[in-house]
Design a protein around this ligand. Structure first.
Ligand SMILES: Cc1cc2nc3c(=O)[nH]c(=O)nc-3n(C[C@H](O)[C@H](O)[C@H](O)COP(=O)(O)O)c2cc1C
Length: 390
């Protein structure tokens, strides 16, 4: 079974990710992993932190001579900013006068709920772990999951659908999503140039006013065969697993699969994807005229592209715009401000790709098994044959 954890504080020495259950013999491409980390750091509206960090995955275990060996994989990501925090956030007691307090909780962040839960006098430790810096660790192991999926012909990418009130009008086809991945510079990772320009205006407005914006990303998984996930148990449904995976990302407040939201107010005839048959087509010859289901029916992948969207609330660190209470005096005060992003929709999309890749890799390994890539691929190819002959 594929299992993973992360550890690390936002301004601590490093982030660490653990991934166990990967078959042996998967080629590990360091440049690919580091490019994924770079992609997570891009996007118009990121804060100063991203100028400091140049993430690189330092693989500590589970990979030898360029391939996985079936043992747990541990990956370390250094925080370059740590050198500025050694006295503010030391592991040892240190000098309390040099510790950096967070004077008041930010509405929308984990600050207040966290201090009440863990009985902290202020929110430093809360934001250190609640921060989405943690997603860098997920992206590192997500890249390994992507490498596994590629061996099975599956690719996972994302694009931005909306920033604030600016949105793309039509579904973005896979080639346009794949084209975005090739770009050497990322603005808002949107496939529609005019929508992207409007998205940039939304960010500019937030930058000028000290506010922030949210938005919507879409992750597309291309080449997924029918049969991943199952309706047999509630917690094995692919839609449920993907929803939890995406919702687990910081600031995601809603998840949509396919045309889920509009479907709720549309008649069945306009929603459900009619079925046809064309012998040599796709995995099994069965065809669809459209993909409102987002590639999942009954909790099982149906052979169409998987399309899942994450809806992000606006960043909760604002330049002194929101009211809060001083932890020390309980007097009214503006919510604390600390260097922050203003818009993170493209980056959240990259983190969501990692979560989708980890989820699909887990389902694929549950279905096809295999302690080595050869075994996994043999089982996978046997299943593809079965689908062709159906
Ligand atoms: C990639 C990414 C970067 C983020 N950067 C910031 C940031 O710089 N400042 C901030 O206040 N929130 C940032 N957030 C959002 C917070 O992590 C989020 O608001 C906080 O965890 C509370 O949201 P939650 O209730 O969903 O956990 C970021 C989120 C993502 C996905």
């Amino acid at each position: 079974m594929l299992r993973y954890f992360t550890a690390g504080e936002s301004h601590g020495e490093a982030l660490v990710a653990f991934l166990s259950g990967m078959p042996a013999g998967l080629k590990v491409d360091q440049a690919f992993i580091d490019r994924e980390l770079w992609r997570r750091q891009q996007g118009y509206g990121r804060g100063g932190r991203m100028k400091i960090e140049r993430d690189r995955a330092h693989i500590l275990s589970g990979v030898r001579h360029g391939c996985t060996i079936g043992s747990p994989i541990a990956v370390l990501l250094e925080n370059k900013d740590w050198k500025n925090w050694t006295e503010a956030l030391p592991v040892e007691p240190g000098d309390p006068a040099k510790h950096k307090r967070v004077a008041s909780p930010r509405p929308g962040h984990a600050d207040l709920a966290g201090v009440l839960k863990y009985n902290f006098p202020e929110a430093r430790y809360v934001l250190e772990r609640a921060s989405a810096r943690e997603t860098a660790a997920r992206v590192a192991i997500g890249a390994l999951a992507k490498l596994l999926l590629r061996e099975l012909g599956i690719d996972v990418l994302s694009h931005v659908v909306a920033v604030g009130g600016a949105a793309v009008d039509n579904e973005v086809a896979w080639p346009a999503v794949a084209e975005l991945y090739q770009r050497k510079e990322v603005l808002l990772n949107c496939a529609d140039a005019s929508a992207e320009a409007r998205m940039k205006e939304e960010v500019d407005r937030a930058l000028q006013t000290g506010d922030s914006v949210g938005g919507v990303f879409e992750v597309v998984a291309h080449g997924v065969p029918p049969g991943l996930g199952t309706y047999a148990q509630w917690d094995e449904r692919l839609d449920a697993l993907l929803a939890a995976a995406i919702m687990s990302l910081q600031a995601v407040k809603a998840v949509e699969i396919g045309a889920g939201i509009i479907a709720a107010s549309s008649p069945g005839s306009a929603v459900h994807d009619e079925i046809g048959y064309e012998k040599a087509s796709g995995f099994s010859g069965f065809t669809r005229t459209r993909n409102n289901a987002g590639g999942i029916e009954g909790g099982v992948s149906n052979g169409e592209e998987i399309r899942v969207r994450g809806y992000l609330k606006p960043i909760s660190t604002l330049r002194w715009l929101l009211q809060s209470v001083d932890f020390a005096t309980r007097e009214p005060i503006k919510a604390a401000y600390e260097r922050s992003d203003v818009c993170v929709v493209p980056a959240a999309g990259v983190a969501a790709e990692a979560m989708v890749a980890l989820t699909l890799a887990r389902c694929a390994l549950e279905k096809f098994g295999g302690d080595s890539m050869g075994e996994t691929q043999r089982n996978f190819c046997g299943y593809l044959e079965q689908l062709k002959k159906y």
